[in-house]
Write a new protein. Structure first.
Length: 151
């Protein structure tokens, strides 16, 4: 009796064509362009994400910061402590609910983001030059669309 296509086992996807692996490899390739800028200012990729989120969102609770910066909560605790010690962010209890810890960027943190923004924009322009005019924006839009459909 012939087998239908539904009876056939799926062929394994080679890692070079695996979406999760390609996304991770692409992330690493992109971050290689940003790491020297961050290292020159003594901050890590994770710290930069926290600073960017707080610069955009003003004050957030730690759960929101962890989610928006793609960090696990225990990692955020360590990272936020280091950022506080550097005077880049401030932590305080929510006056309405003392159990909630809120984070906000400090003036020093905002100044650092403003200082790094032109270089960050230049790196995006360099990436556009490498992959093609407008391709960075197209890729971001495609990834945003994919994310919206998957969550």
């Amino acid at each position: 009796m012939p087998h239908s296509s539904q009876d056939q086992p799926l062929a394994p996807i080679h890692t070079s064509r695996s979406l999760p692996i390609l996304l991770l490899r692409t992330r690493e390739a992109v971050m290689r362009h940003f790491r020297p800028m961050l290292a020159a200012h003594g901050i890590t990729e994770q710290q930069w994400r926290v600073l960017r989120v707080l610069d955009e969102q003003a004050t957030l609770d730690v759960t929101q910061v962890a989610e928006l910066s793609c960090l696990l909560r225990p990692s955020l605790t360590r990272i936020s402590r280091a950022l506080q010690e550097e005077g880049l962010i401030e932590a305080f209890h929510d006056p309405k609910d003392r159990r909630r810890t809120l984070l906000r960027i400090s003036d020093k943190g905002r100044a650092l983001v403003m200082e790094l923004t032109p270089r960050s924009q230049a790196i995006y322009a360099e990436l556009d030059g490498v992959i093609g005019e407008g391709k960075v924006s197209e890729t971001v839009e495609m990834l945003e669309s994919l994310l919206k459909k998957l969550v």
